[in-house]
Design a protein around this ligand. Sequence first.
Ligand code: GDP
Ligand code: MG
Length: 687
Amino acid sequence: MAKVRVFSLAKELGLKSSALIKALAHMGVPNLTPASAIDEDTATTVRELLAEQLTKVRERTKEAEDAARQEAQAAQKAGVDAVRAAADAEADATVEEEIKQREEELALLEREMAGHGFGPSHPGAYTSIEEIERRMAEVEASAEPKQQPDAVTPLPELAKRLTGTRPDSAVEVPPVITVLGHVDHGKTTLLDALRSTDVVTGESGGITQHIGASELEVGDKRVVFIDTPGHEAFTAIRARGAQVNDIAVLIVAADDGIMPQTVEAIGHAKAADVPIIVAVNKCDLPAADPERVKQQLLEHELVPEEWGGDTIVVEISAITKQGLDELVDMLLLVAEVQELWADPEADFVGVVIEAGIATSEGSVATVLIRNGTLHVGDSIVAGSNHGRVRRLRDWRGNSAKEMGPGRPVEIVGLSGTPDAGEIATLTDSPRAAREAATAHEERAWQRDIETSHAAVLRELFAGMISGEVEQLNVIVKADVYGSAQALEAKLLELDDQIEEVDIEVIHAGVGPVNESDVMLARASEAIIISFHVQAPQSVRQTAEAAGIEIRVYDVIYEIIDDIIAAASGLLKPVIEQRAIGKAEVLQTFRSSRAGVVAGCRVTEGSLQPGAKMTVIRDGEVIYDGILDSLRHFDQDVSQIEAPGECGVACAGFRQWQIGDIIEASVEVEVERRLSITSDDARPHEQG
Ligand code: GDP
Ligand code: MG
């Protein structure tokens, strides 16, 4: 099989060899050097992943570029018109030429507009990638069945809270709340207690209906609780891209204090970036020590308000119902600040909270309506499930004809049971719903095949290409609390020392890596570092299927070395402009081939065709562009050194005058090195 050298593939892709080596190591091809040869299959996989990544980046930049080009086009048009007007007055040959030239430029711009490719703002470096990308796009276009319009806006975007200008039809919607905490600290009891305090309906206790979410009415306000407590469910939903929670209630038993799952829950809530309200539960017990809980919270950067921080802490008892009113008040208060709204007149979008099979009715799904209104008879699709809404029920089991945004609703009529976190949307007809579901299934299948090493790699590439602030998310698991803390501290210190990459420890905990860590890693695109603890086989399998890396270490400094290496891999090279030479224009003449040619003497360094060229007249820059052609007598040459003479031509600039100065420069790629700002860092790891 044909082989490709790592450095030449890197060059082709516009990457540093070291970055590519790191990416390949993630793909399971370790121990490469720039001179190593890899097989063509692997190279193709890398090209494909990169092309895919580029397509995404391009989509993001396309809009901005289109706008810029439209502006340039308008300006160019104005220029053509102005010159044309001048030509009418003077009918001068050079003006004619200029018109032609400008019209050519305009035509070029228009062609670019039509092509949507990387425009002149991205010269050179990406040419070969663009080609790969185009080929990929062609292949995809011919292979893909007709796309559903859902490809336009990614579903998770649709399911997000609306921000920005409210339409007139907008309504306030309740916050969605999840209760997180250690086992037996009272999650279920709290939810039951809250439900039974629902004063509006006068109902007390004995709620029979459990649909996965419930509503609490307080005066004219409402709060929605996700009934599946615990951070696994919380993060499972988030892992699918749908963030439904607005507030997390962290429950901590006052007699027990912060326990391992409490720490996990804090990590999950922080990663989801939702406000945390702490409910210190079981305050009715004699052994209750709320002050100790508050002390412990400090260790997790949750500083109670009464101590000058911004964490709301409420002392409650789910049994005696002490403090529940205050807790609800706090929830409403935090929600009020969030100003949550939705538009009942928009297209329906919902997020699946849970689903199951009821013997009499077939599949039943609980969906939280994010936007729009859902009616009986509507056709919907949720992941690879679809159907017509046969029945709608509120969380108490009361039938409804329609339900508006912010409401949890039970839907009967779907073809199967979608997973929690799946996003439901409206379609024109049951047939369209079925087609969308099939397309989704195909995409999911496709993704499954690609997932394993691809995710890590894709992230690496994404950081490198898009130039966004690179962030390395890390989850730390260790054998004992002390090591977890030490490791976290070490990583934070490293983060301080490295400017170019943000290292974020999104969770540090004790014990073997578990499913919940993997889910968190998936939702937060993190790597998992496990210190002195092995992950169970089943967890490793889940991680592998999800493309999540679990790295196991026994020595802290090895972790640090690896993190530096991973962070370095996130850096993309910087392009620097380097001056190469200067020349002075001694005469100008016309050439049938090149238009107007400037006869020059090189006064410093050298000139090269393809170099960036700045023309200076009387100390002012009058043109910036590319030196298109460089000739010595009648020969094209690749370089002229001082004090040689040469002819310079440029398609974009013909108004040469004797005495103009040309300054030439080229772009050079400079590898970025991690700058470790402290002396105790390990110097041999830099770069
Ligand atoms: P979960 O595992 O977090 O859902 O915890 P549960 O709600 O199942 O509660 C675990 C145990 O703690 C149960 O026996 C509850 O009755 C008890 N419990 C919950 N809240 C309180 C409380 O405020 N005070 C007392 N004394 N016991 C409580
Ligand atoms: Mg429970």
